[in-house]
Design a protein around this ligand. Sequence first.
Ligand code: ADP
Ligand code: MG
Length: 772
Amino acid sequence: MPKLTDPLRPVVGDKAARRLATLGSGLRTVGDLLSYYPRRYETRGELTDLAGLRDGEHVTVQAMIASVSSRPMRNRRGSIFEAVVTDGHGQLTLTFFGKGRQDWRERQLAPGLRGLFSGQVSTFRGKRQLSHPEYELIGSGAADSARAVEFATELIPIYPASKDIASWQIADSVRLALAAAELDGDPLPAQIRDRYGLYGYARALNAIHRPADERDKSRAVRRLKWDEAFMLQVVLAQRRRISTEYIALPRPVADGGLLAEFDGDLPFELTAGQRQAGATISADLAQEHPMHRLLQGEVGSGKTVVALRAMLQVVDAAGQSALLAPTEVLAQQHHRSISQMLGPMAMAGQLGGAEQATRVALLTGSQGSAARRRALLEAASGEAGIVIGTHALLEEHVQFADLGLIVIDEQHRFGVEQREALRGKAAEGRPHVLVMTATPIPRTVAMTVFGDLEVTELTELPAGRAPIATHVVPAAAKPHYLDRTWERVKEEVAAGRQAYVVCPRIGGEPDGQAPAAPGAAAGAAAAERGGRQGRAVGASDADDGGFGVADDGGLDFGDDLDETEQERRPALAVIDIAAGLKQGPLAGLRLAVLHGRLAPDEKDKVMLAFADGQVDVLVTTTVVEVGVDVPNATTMVIMDADRFGVSQLHQLRGRVGRGGHPGLCLLVTEAAPDGPARARLDAVAATQDGFALSRLDLEQRREGDVLGAAQAGRRSSLKLLTLLKDEELIGQARQEAEELVGADPALAGQPALAAAIAALLDAERAEFLEKA
Ligand code: ADP
Ligand code: MG
């Protein structure tokens, strides 16, 4: 009997095996095929709604033949045979071209018969059609007995098919595989199946492919979702367990150290959430195993202070802390603000330095060589208790005297490998790790994407935070709203405040390089981080910290959601908008531009001038997206707002309303008032709850993108599970996994589970290598 890992060919035959290998990422083994699940099910006799078909889609529809006609071709020999099929309302034309007459087809496709028709939808002379569809008539008597049984059941599985292989041909192969395969082992432990009333493995596989009825199908889906959730959580539980076996130097709180002094000088009260998170982290740091904690916070919830307090605790315990920022602008800002907050405490060995003090070093890829050498020296000698930097911190020659804590700001730009690279820099044992997210994400997503981390959440904002009013400005429909936008900016500036104007693109490219296609914002983002227009995502020698991870490689993007617009004008650009504003509506104000093509010291100068109040209006790209903190800035105008993702807009908006003055965010768009893009903007305007918005963002996206972006390979393992809808199941699976791994870390008592996980990890590794 063939096992799940055996090749398909002997089971389904040569020809089918060849065709199946073209589906998805290639179905090659019996297991591949059996976990290629139907996309949906047709209810027998219930016709498909033809109105929902979209051009270009590959579809399988159940319909009734309404009429047929045949005519010779005009300019060539041969004939065109057309059958019009209907769902009772709409119609779809099936077109077949033949070299000669097609009488046999005419006899086959008789009006009144029902069938499944499969092909690519196109429009010809205003009529929807399938050109040369594959078809399978239902109850025509032509079907062999196995298929007759198939069609006697209530639900007909419809598989994601292609031009090479139709849905029912896949179903034929699945039937053969189900009959032949050995399905004795069950990866899900019996006690879990009992506790949650789940189908056994063989039954579930049979039922998902050939359900007796709706209930049978649902139970199969539930059971197979459990497999996905549970195996993932077992892997993560094993990883967490391994990491607790590592040794770290404990860094307990010291009496009368820098932390105590810092707390004494704090100009504000910590929020309850900050105190709680602080206590948890402080206790973690005192353990002799490394902390692995994710600090999730609403935008503006004050994560930096929490991180800084942890860093000071480690410095007090004779260690060093590294703070890794995703962009150069952010690294510089952290360096500035942390040095400022610490004041004399950060000036060890300097005139005016406190008696008890350390140093804060900055290390970026593009600083001058003298500054760089000094920073490297301070890190290696241990003089700098806190070292802040971009990815330059990861480089091999960066050394620390005693690295005790790594703080990673705005995590989604960093991969697991980058975390590992830093970990290797601890002299003794492993450093503690604190990861902070830029955008809050739902807990189950966090538990899965960052599943090897413990999660702490900061949901409240510091008291006295003024609200941010957000409005959509429909620039095309109501041009005077845009005039009013610039007037508001002028009013704010007159009142002594400052404003950001964010555009999706830098602009100023040589002719012919301007992005004209949809996705211009993603292009701009890639340009922003890749340093050059159209640079591939993943380039590593870029500006801005050089992560080469475009915005759409992270948890934010919105562009390819808009399938409605085919041709769009290029996105608005910083350079053009700045010039236009300077000569037009904002003449007389002090404007500056900021974007990723500026030299790093230039960027720093601009940011400094803005932070210092010497610039009224900063026209910028999304370099200010994460973390930038200028409390006097109250207004944020986002041009072409529809080209940004929901979470990204929320993040951008979080730059204003920080200083006790009410914030104003204006989302300028030309998107159609009733389209999906506008609906997203309205959603952003309607709530300030980042968790709710990130949920919305995730719902609109294919799950794989979320997982794939964060950790390579994981997309392959989740087929049925959706992180947002299956929260309860994931929570249960996590708990069960934790218990099982606690009792039996090597899974010695669960051979089928161990084998399934090994196969899963192998597949992921293969996929990862293929991509790399
Ligand atoms: P984020 O969580 O988005 O990274 P930041 O750490 O940048 O937020 O904090 C935003 C601002 O709030 C900073 O100016 C910081 O000094 C200020 N802040 C932080 N905690 C408090 C607090 N408890 N009370 C008042 N202001 C605070
Ligand atoms: Mg921050």
